[in-house]
Write a protein that binds this ligand. Structure first.
Ligand SMILES: [Cu+2]
Length: 359
């Protein structure tokens, strides 16, 4: 009777050590560069940007002068870049501000045993140019989907070159709700999604802070992207922006030759109470330098935020005019604009889209 008991201890120890080895292997596999999580890739998050710019050349001493913030991050812990997709915490239960102290927002509160701490360093991180209407692109390698994604931008007056980022520096400028991965855009591995944001009144350097609440478990990603408002523009400065509707020309509501332009409407994603749609405008006639598309919503849908067009609403009528940079269309050319909106009950596409042109 006592023999099996005496044998059990080494057996249990053996099982436990096998478990430990398996756990260690799993941990290594999950935290290695090939693991499947994600990040904001445009505008690039701090560590994704450093990995993108220097991952194949991370020992180049030129980085110290050309990209000093990335240099200090690579020196501090290269795994922060190899694991650009692993900047998350688990079990936060939505209490993001309680979990992450001020000054540690870019490292998710020193997550992963401090691997990402150097991302909190204040200084001249490389920026991506944005305009006040921009979108973040989140790449989700493992198709987790999102319970929600929230996009914040630092308030005008915050000095990203000198001040550690605090929660009170941030303003919510865009968000989406529950969006399963099946509604995201397929990538060769995983999926991606774009979240529109609107941050008027900014100039110069700012930080975009994205919280991605993944759907597979309570896993929250905290991602700092460095941007420059107006320092660069999505419109190349060398190209004179085409004027939209000079007062001397007929307003876009003036009837145009039938078939001059056409518009097609496509819902690209839909979730509880919200949806995202894309409209393609095709110029069927001679070259134009402006367009306007209108439609009526029959079920109370509302456009809440648009990109690549200026959208106005009057009752059920929605009118979208070209942005400064996409009004000019050659014969047969197309362009698209998109928006997020709200709906309830049902969300059918509008039956008729009228498209008018500015010659
Ligand atoms: Cu993951």
């Amino acid at each position: 009777m006592s023999t099996p008991h005496r044998r059990r201890a080494p057996l249990v120890a053996a099982i436990l050590s096998v478990c430990a080895v398996v756990a260690a292997l799993l941990t290594t596999a999950l935290s290695g560069p090939a693991s499947a999580h994600g990040s904001v890739v445009d505008p690039a998050s701090r560590n994704y940007g450093c990995w993108q710019r220097w991952g194949s050349d991370f020992q180049n001493p030129a980085m110290a002068t050309q990209d000093p913030m990335c240099w200090q991050a690579w020196q501090a812990d290269p795994n922060a870049m190899w694991n650009w997709n692993g900047l998350f915490r688990e079990g936060v239960a939505g209490n993001h501000q309680a979990a992450i102290p001020d000054g540690q927002l870019c490292s998710a509160g020193h997550t992963a045993s401090g691997r990402y701490n150097a991302l909190d360093t204040v200084g001249a991180w490389k920026t991506s140019p944005v305009t006040s209407n921009f979108r973040i692109k989140l790449y989700d390698q493992a198709s987790h989907g999102a319970d929600y994604i929230r996009v914040y931008v630092s308030k005008q007056g915050y000095n990203a070159s000198t001040t550690p980022l605090r929660w009170s520096d941030l303003e919510l400028v865009g968000q989406i709700g529950n969006t399963p991965a099946s509604q995201w855009t397929p990538e060769s591995q995983g999926v991606s999604i774009q979240v529109p944001a609107n941050a008027p009144g900014r100039t110069g350097r700012h930080v975009v802070y994205t919280i991605w609440q993944a759907s597979h478990l309570d896993q929250s990603y905290y991602l700092c992207s460095d941007v420059d408002f107006g320092g660069g523009s999505t419109t190349p400065p060398s190209t004179p922006p085409p004027t939209t509707t000079p007062p001397s020309t007929p307003p876009p509501s003036t009837p145009n030759p039938a078939g001059a332009c056409t518009a097609t409407y496509r819902i690209t994603g839909q979730w509880g109470g919200g949806f995202q749609a894309e409209v393609q405008v095709t110029n069927g006639g001679s070259p134009i330098r402006g367009w306007s598309v209108s439609w009526n919503y029959a079920n109370g849908q509302q456009v809440t935020s648009a990109w690549n067009a200026t959208v106005s609403t009057s009752g059920t009528l929605v009118t979208a005019r070209n942005a400064a940079y996409n009004g000019t269309l050659a014969a047969g050319a197309s362009t698209t604009f998109g928006f997020v909106g709200s709906w309830s009950g049902s969300n059918p596409a509008p039956g008729i889209l009228s498209c008018t042109t500015v010659a």
